[in-house]
Ligand binder design. Structure first.
Ligand SMILES: [Zn+2]
Length: 171
């Protein structure tokens, strides 16, 4: 697996600190109730290249999807897939996964891609408008892109070490 940017740092600028830009019930709504953030927000100067995290296929290029702006969906083989898994559900039961790259400024017109290939460039669209520039990055277990598709913490694939230090999550 390759990380989606050259420099991958959970955003800790703007109104939220790094924790609120990581995955989970890390945000608050207007009534101060816990609210989901379903991916990572990685700081990125607009125009930063985003990379295919694995060999795969670009299956969607969305224009102006609510919240996401311009977004790419990359389908790739789940490195944690276990055909012998006896459990129902769970990451190891999914053969394919879907990486979502949102708030892009440019999406390259590609189909099959290889790990590390540039597939687009970051921007400030969707609900990132007015926020410090970043890439919103998600791993979905199922497509298509909708609010109900289950997501996992990208850390389940990439580990947590790089953002525990740089994103100052945990101790
Ligand atoms: Zn986000």
């Amino acid at each position: 697996m390759k990380l989606p940017l050259d420099v991958n740092k959970i955003r800790d600028d703007g109104p939220r600190e790094a924790l609120g830009n990581s995955f989970g019930l890390v945000r608050k709504d207007k009534k101060n109730k816990a609210k989901w953030h379903r991916g990572w927000d990685l700081s990125a100067r607009p125009g930063s290249a985003v990379y295919a995290i694995a060999d795969g296929r670009i299956i969607h290029r969305f224009h102006n999807v609510k919240g996401y702006g311009e977004a790419i969906v990359l389908e790739f083989d789940n490195p944690k897939f276990d055909p012998w898994s006896r459990t129902c559900g769970g990451l190891q039961t999914y053969r394919k996964l879907y990486a979502v790259y949102a708030h892009l400024s440019k999406m390259l017109n590609l189909n099959s891609v290889y790990k590390g290939q540039v597939i687009g460039y970051t921007g400030t669209g969707g609900n990132a408008l007015g926020e410090p520039p970043h890439l919103h990055f998600e791993i979905m277990l199922e497509e298509p892109l909708n609010p109900h598709s289950p997501r996992i913490d990208p850390g389940e694939l990439f580990g947590y070490s790089f953002y525990v230090c740089e994103g100052r999550i945990g101790r």
